[in-house]
Design a protein around this ligand. Structure first.
Ligand code: FO1
Length: 310
């Protein structure tokens, strides 16, 4: 890695944001571009909510709630308690500080600005110095097909607590969505492409559903390094392992590698999964075995450094 190298990292929810934080504190921010999933976005109480963009933005701004990973730290819930007084919808918790983000994003979109412009504006106001890009300005909505029928992502993930059995996924709107020019430029200029340890089905697959993105990544000569979100047969956080079982994918780094086979050429797996290094090699992937669990800031920065050194 040279200090002038341009890095693109694909990130989704909490796990992805942790490595994004590590990269942000490792390389010059002008050399780092984060491309973030918007498949979790939805309209709620008249507001446009972009959970993964907010999780990455809050994480880099040191505002993220350390317990939940989403929303803002030291949050207050006055708006929610007032909403409950009216028996309004309370299944999706919106903190008082978090509300400012949703209000300004919704206002910006209503004024005709793109999601990319609004995101960049919010990030600049939080003094974030690297680029955080939505994968597209057009809506793509992850729809989760379950044994109870098709659910919009937040209804599956939050309202139903990811309990329904998943039989398939659909990324509604993908076919008419376009890559933003910023995303295209970042990938074309990248010397290194990283897939952060996010849920492959819910955070990475929606990004890859944007037409032309897969071929753009495949055309790049940059190394494409994935960090396994499955460690020791478990997801670090969230329903990834449960979903992989339900979708008959092997709940292991090999299962993840097969799911992302078209775009990842190198896998970073945890020491707990060292036994998978040989099978991954035999299937054609280069492998780095290291400690991938990120509990403290130091872990995030160390992992970022090891990936860059590799
Ligand atoms: N996740 C929950 O499990 N419960 C919530 O009430 C909740 C509220 C919420 C508000 C804003 C936001 O940006 C994220 C929020 N999340 C909540 C997480 C959200 O479901 C994300 O989509 C997940 O982090 C997966 O990426």
């Amino acid at each position: 890695m040279h200090s002038s190298d341009k890095i693109v990292a694909f990130a989704g929810g909490v796990g992805g944001a942790k490595l994004a934080y590590g990269l942000y504190h490792t390389v010059p921010p002008e050399n780092l571009t984060l491309i973030v999933n918007t498949g979790d976005d939805f309209e709620h109480l008249g507001l446009h909510i972009s959970p993964d963009l907010d999780t990455v933005m809050y994480t880099l701004a040191d505002l993220a709630n350390p317990q939940t990973g989403w929303g803002v730290r030291a949050e207050s819930w006055g708006m929610m308690s007032a909403l409950t007084r009216y028996s309004g919808p309370s299944w999706f918790n919106l903190g008082d500080q978090d509300m400012a983000t949703h209000l300004l994003r919704t206002l910006g979109l209503r004024q005709g600005h793109s999601l990319q412009w609004v995101t960049q504006d919010l990030c600049q106001r939080l003094a974030i110095r690297c680029a955080i890009l939505p994968m597209s300005n057009q809506p793509i909505r992850t729809m989760v097909q379950t044994d109870d029928g098709e659910l919009a992502f937040q209804h599956y993930f939050v309202e139903q607590r990811a309990q329904p059995i998943v039989t398939g996924l659909r990324f509604a709107g993908a076919e008419s969505a376009e890559l933003t020019p910023e995303v295209v430029a970042a990938i074309e200029q990248a010397n290194l492409i990283i897939f952060c340890p996010s849920n492959p089905m819910l955070s990475i697959a929606p990004i890859l559903a944007v037409p032309k993105l897969r071929s753009l990544i495949q055309a790049s000569r940059a190394p494409k390094i994935g960090v396994s979100p499955i460690v020791g047969g478990q997801a670090i956080k969230g329903p990834a392992a449960k979903m992989m079982r339900e979708l008959n994918l092997d709940v292991s780094p090999v299962g993840v590698a097969r799911y992302l086979a078209e775009v990842v050429t190198v896998w970073v797996i945890d020491e707990a999964d060292a036994v998978y290094a040989l099978p991954l090699h035999e299937l054609g992937w280069e492998v780095l075995v290291t400690a991938t669990m990120m509990h403290q800031a130091a872990d995030k920065i160390r992992l970022a450094n090891e990936i860059l050194a590799f």
